[in-house]
Design a protein around this ligand. Sequence first.
Ligand code: HQG
Length: 182
Amino acid sequence: MNEKEIRKKSKFLSLVLRHQPETIGIELDESGWVDIETLLTSMAEHGKTMSRETLELVVNTNDKQRFSLSEDGMRIRANQGHSVKIDLGYQAAIPPEILFHGTPQQFVGAIAHGGLMKMKRHHVHLHVDEKTSLNVGSRRGNPVLLKVRALEMHQAGFEFFVTPNEVWLTDHVPVVYIEFPR
Ligand code: HQG
C-alpha cells in the first residue's frame, strides 16, 4: 500500500471516529472508543473493507498519532479532534511557558477580536513546536504563527489538557495572552 492510500484510509477513520460514526452505522462510547470487530464489520458492510493488518498499519504509521488502540487491542479511538460529544478523559496538566497556534492569514483579524475559539472542535488546539503549528496553519492559506502565553494562562486559572501525541487543548485563549507577529 502506498502513502496516498494510507492517507485516504486515515482520513476515512478520522471521519468515522471523530465526526460521523453514523455514516457506517456505528456508535462511539462516551470516551470515543469503538470495538475494532464492530468497526471493521460495519466498514465492510458500507463498501469500505479494511483488514485488521491494514488498520494497524494506518494507526502505527500515522504522522500525528491520530488514533489509539486500547491496551487489550480490542478497541480503537481517535486521540483528539472530535466534533461528536465525547469525554476523552485527559488529565489536566501544566503547560510550557509558550505554546503555538498556526492559523491562516485570513482568520487573524477575527482572532485579534475574539481570541482563539474552538470553533467546531471540542477545544482550541495548541502545539509545542513552531513547525507543526505552521503546518496546521498552512492547510487553508498563508500561515501565521501565534504565540500563546500558556503558563501565564494556567496561573490565571485556565485549564489545559495534553493528549498522548502532545497536542495541548484548552477551551478559549483570550486575546491578551496571544502574541501576534508584527
Ligand atoms: C481558527 C489538525 C476566526 C483557527 C491540525 C483555525 C491540528 C478562528 C480554525 C488540529 C478563531 C479552526 C486543529 C476566531 C480560532 N475567529 N477563526 N476567533 N479562533 N480560529 O481545524 O487548530 O489533521 O478546527 O485558527 O493538524 O486549525 O485533524 O483547528 O484555523 O492539530 O489531526 O479557526 O487539526 O489535526 O480550524 O487544527 P480547526 P486547527 P488533524
